[in-house]
Design a protein around this ligand. Structure first.
Ligand code: ZN
Length: 378
């Protein structure tokens, strides 16, 4: 490193170290470099061995974190190379999204306000209460995965109520968003928990749902948030019992407090004020292009979550290429989103996905050319 580079790097490096220590204080034990690396991550769901070329590319791009599937976490070769490179491993752990479990036991599907199973294209959610055995099995499976794969972070995904938010554009009305779960188990628990009494004359699911949403919408939102807080509490506790130093990240629906009439709580059941103390980082999936937003919106979401949680660590994930819409996501727009994602108080950026990035030499060059974070990460 030349003298000028040192000079340029002095202040940002100190700031970055403070950020990274706040985010990953345990990393200090891993060595000087590991102590202050901000997150430059990719989400990767599958990869075929040998992995040497993959890790070489990541080193070249300054990628220091991988959000991986269960399959990759438990692949000994992948893990050994990740460890050798001091790569942080986040295990992506889906919770309530499970077409497989619902296929096996259709009765555990969440129920919409019309009484239908909660399903839209590939999105299929398990009821958070009727599926308690299901959640218990997910918790046990998480324990075994942590024991087998030793992730640095458990990244809880689909830890919310049903909504295909990826297709929710800014012009959607709150009333058009799905409400779940109105199965008998959830209705019974809601009535008992919140001292609400559904009139005996209402017998159909649609009538009961309508009555609740018209008369007890606030309590219903609170109850939904309770269920997610409860699930996160149980999953995090189990994870930390197996590995006390493991960190917990939460995949957040990218809605600000006031968006869609407060749908982050009333539809998704994600109350960041209550969830922040339970986890180490909150990672909004700020995929601006698919939800018809601008790159600047990425930072707005990060700032909103940080403000409402009084400074919880927020780690945005951005999309690399188009999804669900016809028009392309141009390189310049990707660069703009990347820059917005890295603005304070962000703790870094996660790119969804490696598959998309690896297919675009131009976008890889943009990542590599970024000033600041990446250059000081290695
Ligand atoms: Zn239910």
């Amino acid at each position: 490193m030349d003298k000028d580079a040192n000079k340029r790097g002095a202040v940002p490096a100190a700031a970055l170290m403070a950020l990274a220590l706040a985010l990953f204080p345990a990393c200090g034990r891993g060595g000087r470099d590991a102590a202050w690396r901000p997150v430059i991550g990719v989400k990767i769901y599958e990869a075929a061995p040998p992995f040497d070329g993959l890790f070489r590319q990541w080193r070249d791009l300054g990628i220091n974190t991988a959000f991986v599937s269960e399959d990759l976490l438990t692949n000994a070769d992948f893990r050994a190379l990740a460890r050798a490179d001091h790569l942080r491993i986040f295990l992506i752990y889906p919770v309530f999204q499970s077409p497989e479990a619902i296929k096996e036991s259709p009765e555990i599907a969440a129920v919409t306000a019309s009484g239908a199973p909660a399903r839209e294209e590939w999105v299929e959610f398990v009821c958070p209460t009727k599926g308690d055995d299901y959640l218990e099995r997910r918790i046990e499976h998480l324990r075994s995965l942590i024991a087998a794969g030793d992730p640095d972070v458990v990244s809880l995904d689909f830890i919310r109520f049903f909504v295909f938010w990826e297709k929710v554009a800014p012009d959607r009305t709150p009333g058009s968003l799905p409400q779940t779960c109105f199965c008998p188990s959830c209705l019974g628990l809601f009535e008992r928990g919140y001292d609400v009494h559904i009139p005996a004359g209402l017998t159909g699911t649609a009538d009961k749902a309508k009555w609740i949403l018209e008369n007890h919408a606030a309590a219903w939102a609170d109850w939904k948030c309770d269920k997610i807080v409860n699930a996160v509490t149980r999953l995090a506790k189990a994870a930390r019992e197996v590995k006390p130093s493991v960190r917990i990240n939460l995949h957040a629906v990218p809605w600000r407090r006031g968006d869609f009439g407060g749908a982050i709580r009333s539809v998704a059941g994600q109350d960041f004020v209550r969830l922040a103390p339970l986890v180490d980082t909150i990672s909004p999936m700020t995929y601006h292009h698919m939800v018809r937003q601008t790159p600047a919106w990425v930072h707005d979401v990060v700032a909103d979550i940080s403000a409402q949680t009084q400074g919880a660590a927020v780690l945005p994930s951005i999309q690399v290429s188009k999804a669900y819409v016809e028009d392309e996501l141009p390189p310049d727009e990707f660069r703009a989103a990347l820059e917005q994602a890295l603005r304070p108080p962000s703790k870094g950026v996660v790119l969804w996905s490696w598959d998309a990035l690896s297919k675009s030499p131009e976008k890889m060059a943009i990542l590599k050319s970024l000033d600041g974070l990446k250059n000081k990460a290695r």
